[in-house]
Design a protein around this ligand. Structure first.
Ligand SMILES: [Zn+2]
Length: 476
């Protein structure tokens, strides 16, 4: 039996009671009451099997105990206002937004690929699941009844100093080497106070994801996220969390995908990668579809029908509230089984795109990520900047292809126009390995790679009507 509360009603009752207490007693009373509300939010998020699916709402309550309701309201006011701007002005949507990710794998010295020291295959599967879900890739498990959010994710290729990462998108750390961290599992508090600040990459260039053991006061926690921060925007203010804790944390055994479930069965029905889809939804400004309360609680999206609290399991056909529409079990922002989820709605897309800057008023550390170069054109930050200066008109990238990619000893650039152009091969950091003036009578050009080390490179071709760049992997 899941206990349901209406958070607002409880808070108002609490404020009424509080007014009868002398001022010195207020803080203690506030703390007790806040604790009670936080406990309730944790209970609302706890599945019958004992797993606590998400601690984003109790985390928010903890940070804003005195003004939780007003802050929630002001944030929603901002989002609502931005939605109106979007609808009224019919602003053209930006192109697909790509967010570079770094996965900080917090382990305790286990062999590579075991327990919390997750394999790169599993991390890559998780990335694919995120893109299936956010992009509603046709034929994939994310191709449900929702929308394509036109937000996608890519692995960071370089670290903060521009050095190529040994494994794309992955930063492995033995948690025991972090001062004050101790051994896993780690609590939400410890992640925020110790692990995140010690390991985070620049949150203006990376979406930081931490995987590891995660504990909670009365159970095991699957994940939590930090809501967007928007100090200069109407109705937002500061206080959703500092820059050095920005990102999402997910329990290592929830990392996976529908085609590569996490090999640990500890997460039961939550091992197909939807925990991270859900947490990134929060990170981009979404609330639980059930609003963390009863039928009067809201997620501020009219296209997610109201429901009595959060749902677990996978009981399709349930309709728990008088308002029309079945409970939104298939929504990523619910707490149902991973294999029941397959959609974001149009309203949820709008909210996330607003946070990412679609109305020109995006959230700090979010909107800027779409122009981060850590996953692609890192060389624009280097002394090789001149390499990027061309007068040519960019051709649609689909006109030119590179094969094979990954390449071994040779690759071909296909679909080139005949004529003169400059061919360059650069490291991801901008160092130039090859520069060649080419007069080509064919539409294909062959490049020998035998002398090049294994790694990621940029192929850059420029000419009178040509400005083509593509990332390649040399692998043997
Ligand atoms: Zn959540």
């Amino acid at each position: 039996m899941i206990t349901i509360i209406n958070t607002r009603q409880l808070l108002l009752l609490f404020l009424l009671v509080l007014s009868y207490f002398p001022s010195l007693a207020q803080q203690e009373t506030m703390d007790k009451q806040t604790k009670k509300l936080i406990d309730q939010l944790y209970k609302n998020a706890q599945a019958p099997d004992g797993y606590i699916h998400c601690a984003t709402s109790p985390s928010e309550m903890l940070m804003h105990s005195k003004d939780y309701e007003s802050r929630e309201h002001s944030f929603e006011q901002y989002i609502g206002g931005q939605r109106s701007i979007m609808e009224n002005k019919q602003l053209a949507r930006a192109a697909v937004l790509e967010i570079p990710i770094i996965f900080h794998i917090i382990h305790n010295g286990q062999d590579l690929g075991t327990s919390s020291n997750l394999s790169a295959d599993l991390i890559n599967a998780q990335l694919e699941q995120l893109n299936n879900d956010f992009r509603k890739i046709a034929g994939s498990s994310g191709d449900g009844g929702g929308v394509d959010t036109e937000i996608q994710f890519t692995m960071a290729l370089v670290d903060e100093s521009g050095q190529l990462l040994p494994e794309p998108g992955i930063h492995r750390i033995d948690g025991r080497t972090i001062t004050g961290a101790g051994t896993e599992p780690y609590s939400r508090t410890l992640y925020n106070s110790t692990i995140k600040p010690a390991t985070q990459f620049d949150p203006e260039r990376y979406l930081n994801i931490w995987t590891g053991g995660v504990s909670a006061p009365r159970g095991i926690l699957l994940g939590f996220a930090q809501l967007p921060e928007a100090p200069d925007l109407l109705g937002i203010g500061t206080g959703n969390g500092g820059a050095n804790t920005d990102g999402c944390v997910v329990n290592f055994f929830s990392i996976g995908s529908t085609s590569m479930p996490n090999p640990s069965f500890r997460a039961g029905p939550s091992r197909l990668g939807r925990t991270l889809t859900h947490e990134i939804g929060h990170w981009l400004g979404l609330r639980h579809t059930g609003g963390d309360g009863d039928c009067s609680a809201d997620d501020f999206c009219a296209d997610t029908p109201t429901a009595q609290g959060n749902q677990f399991g996978c009981s399709f056909g349930r309709d728990s509230c008088p308002e029309p529409g079945l409970d939104p079990l298939e929504n990523y922002m619910n707490f149902t089984n991973d294999d029941c989820m397959d959609r974001f709605t149009a309203c949820q897309k709008d909210r996330m795109r607003i946070v990412m800057g679609d109305t020109g008023n995006g959230s700090p550390r979010r909107a800027i990520l779409a122009s981060s170069t850590v996953a692609s054109m890192a060389y624009s930050r280097t002394s090789s900047l001149s390499m990027a200066k061309t007068t040519g008109t960019a051709l649609p990238s689909e006109d030119i292809t590179i094969s094979p990619n990954p390449a071994n000893d040779v690759l071909f650039i296909n679909g080139l126009p005949k004529g003169d152009y400059t061919l360059s091969i650069l490291s991801i950091e901008g160092a130039e390995f090859l520069r060649k003036e080419v007069h080509n009578e064919e539409t294909s050009y062959r490049i020998e790679l035998e002398l090049m080390n294994v790694g990621v490179y940029i192929i850059h071709v420029t000419g009178a009507d040509l400005n083509f760049r593509k990332r390649i992997l040399v692998d043997r």
